[in-house]
Write a protein that binds this ligand. Structure first.
Ligand code: NAP
Length: 243
């Protein structure tokens, strides 16, 4: 049984990834930070169909990430698949972004990917097998107005993915990136229905996306058969941006 760790799996895209991996018989390790009740409810749901476990850790904190991985190592040896999904967003004029906003955005969205990859890789390298899937954003590909710090962090994930893919390819480890467009989750709940309709209208497919759209791509990249795909960025956005 392969093991997958999904960061930020208590809600939204991460929770849907957890459900889809569970349905395919993977052992699912759920990471969460603040939404303990939701994460526990998801664990109960998933445990009914597969092996699963839960880990509370703020992935922006290197010590908490180290502790989470040492618990995973003790229980399961390591993780075969790592989905770096945890993230936060913030809409602000560039000139209003504070030092604190900047540090938090970079640490939760980008440094977390570094910390988790660093802890996950020794096991994968020993096994000469691994799958790392990083969740970026279309704003990381093209930049988003009033989301400069978010765009910078998400662009950083793309750079990290491409470089790490080159370094780890010889060890049988693929590293890819999924860049979602507008997906209906808590993260986009700040938009009114009118805004969401306008965003759908702007999208070539005429719709916004769902967590399931993203999870299906993550599962595809996690498959053993996806071994020839690495260092790539998959824009799942209905054609909203085409790079
Ligand atoms: P969401 O519904 O707001 O969920 C965010 C998840 O990240 C939650 O499970 C949250 O856990 C977790 N998280 C946040 N900070 C964390 C931390 N420090 N440590 C551990 N977990 C943390 O967001 P979403 O829409 O599912 O987004 C998932 C990913 O997709 C993010 O990286 C986001 O940037 C990216 N994305 C989303 C969209 C979109 O339109 N929704 C578009 C492009 C990219 P807790 O609640 O337990 O703290």
């Amino acid at each position: 049984m392969q093991t997958v760790l999904i960061t930020g799996a208590s809600r939204g895209i991460g929770a849907e990834c957890a459900r889809q991996f569970a349905a395919r018989g993977y052992r699912v390790l759920i990471n969460y930070c603040r939404s303990g009740e939701k994460a526990e409810a998801l664990l109960d749901e998933i445990k009914a169909i597969t092996d699963a476990d839960i880990f509370c850790a703020d992935v922006s904190d290197p010590d908490q990430v180290r502790r989470m991985f040492s618990e995973i190592e003790k229980e399961y040896g390591g993780t075969d698949i790592l989905v770096n999904n945890a993230g936060i967003a913030q809409t602000k004029l560039f000139t209003d972004i504070t030092d604190e906003d900047w540090k938090r955005m970079i640490s939760v969205n980008l440094s977390s990917v570094f910390y988790c990859c660093r802890s996950a890789l020794p096991y994968m390298i020993r096994k000469k097998y691994g799958r790392i899937i990083n969740i970026s954003s279309m704003w990381g590909q093209v930049g988003g107005s009033c989301e400069v710090h978010y765009s910078a962090a998400k662009a950083g994930i793309i750079g990290l993915t491409k470089a790490l893919a080159q370094e780890e390819g010889p060890s049988g480890i693929t590293v890819n990136c999924v860049a979602p467009g507008v997906i209906r989750t808590d993260m986009t709940s700040c938009y009114s229905e009118e805004d969401m309709k306008a965003l759908s209208d702007e999208t070539p497919t005429g719709t916004t996306g769902t967590p399931a759209d993203i999870a299906r791509t993550v599962l595809f990249l996690a498959d053993e058969k996806a071994s020839f795909i690495t260092g790539q960025v998959f824009g799942i956005n209905g054609g909203f941006v085409i790079t």
